[in-house]
Ligand binder design. Structure first.
Ligand code: GLV
Ligand code: MG
Length: 326
């Protein structure tokens, strides 16, 4: 197998400066785990999700939050999370909980934490503030400065309006995450079923939001992640909504229940057929541009013309396929 450059590093949109964070972590399935529930925190370690996020925000009742911070520290330090991206979602900056969430979790378990997720991000300053706080803690604790990444959740109109500035607010940013439940509530969308289309609207009510998030993420070399689907027993419904985001180019989706993990991993991985086809395109392009192949800019692969743009599209599929172990 020839070594290929990964899609994101092969296609820098902004030539972003070297950053110690890893924007290529697999995130096909991002499992939400309430930080106040030791039983779920135990069980999550054995599930095949690419990412877990231990939640201090909406899955944790206000009175449970102080203790949940310490429970999360214990589970990050003592649990076996190998192979998974470890994220903690703190509370948003409009609450009284955020700074204490960050200080307790990062001081206590910063060495065993990959990212902090910030919900309800409204503007770039909120990311800058989190970045500064993380830097303070890393310096004070003697941790590598800048290693802990940030995931920014877009959950209201103000956040969406500022999403491009948010996406370039810190070199720590790894993902932009859509939060459909809070978002629908914040714009008064007329449905109570998260992810489903509001009755009376004849097209896809999420298209603009998803595309705007995706554009900001891609413009700044970040991953784009779709949020939850709350009807956890309706796996067909989950699949439909996940396929919509995957078709646009999103990298993964939240899972709220173990029953959604397999669907998400499958939908956000290319099929074997697409992966094999992408590899053929890359081989054909490598050959036609080589000395032996006549240094040509394009070639035919069966009935298909292959050129530099085809190579870029194939690199994306090939990179995702390799990350998925195809
Ligand atoms: C997730 O946080 C959402 O609001 O959908
Ligand atoms: Mg939310």
């Amino acid at each position: 197998m020839t070594a290929r450059t990964s899609p994101t590093t092969a296609l820098p949109a902004n030539g972003s400066a070297a950053s110690p964070v890893d924007r290529l972590r697999p995130r096909r399935s991002c499992l939400a785990v309430p930080g106040s529930n030791p039983r779920f925190l135990e069980k999550a370690q054995g599930l095949p999700a690419d990412q877990v996020f231990l939640d201090l925000e909406d899955a944790c009742a206000p009175l449970a939050k102080p203790e949940a911070r310490h429970t999360i520290v214990k589970f990050l330090n003592e649990g076996d999370w190998s192979g998974k991206t470890r994220v903690v979602r703190v509370n948003d900056w409009t609450t009284e909980w955020t700074y204490r969430d960050v200080v307790t979790v990062v001081e206590g378990a910063g060495q065993n934490l990959d990212c902090v997720m910030l919900p309800k991000v409204q503007d770039a300053q909120q990311i800058v503030a989190l970045d500064l706080l993380l830097t303070q803690i890393e310096k004070a604790m003697g941790f590598e400065v800048g290693r802990i990444g940030i995931e920014a959740q877009i959950e209201n109109a103000r956040g969406l309006t500022h999403v491009d500035a948010i996406a370039q607010a810190s070199p720590r940013l790894e993902t932009i995450v859509f939060g459909p439940a809070d978002f629908m509530a914040s714009i008064n969308m007329k449905t109570l079923v998260v992810g489903e289309q509001p009755p009376g609207y004849p097209a896809d009510a999420y298209h603009y939001i998803l595309m705007k998030i995706l554009m900001a993420a891609r413009a700044h070399d970040l991953q784009a992640i779709d949020g939850p689907y709350l009807q956890i027993r309706n796996v067909d419904g989950y699949r439909e909504v996940a396929r919509r985001a995957a078709a646009l180019g999103f990298d993964g989706k939240w899972v709220l229940h173990p029953g959604q993990i397999e669907a998400s991993n499958e939908i956000f991985s290319p099929s074997q057929e697409d992966y094999d086809h992408a590899e053929l395109i890359l081989d054909a392009y490598d050959w036609c541009t080589s000395e032996a192949g006549g240094k040509k800019g394009s070639a035919m692969l069966g009935d298909e013309m292959i050129d530099e743009a085809s190579r870029k599209m194939a690199l994306v599929i090939s990179g995702k396929g390799r990350a998925a172990g195809l």
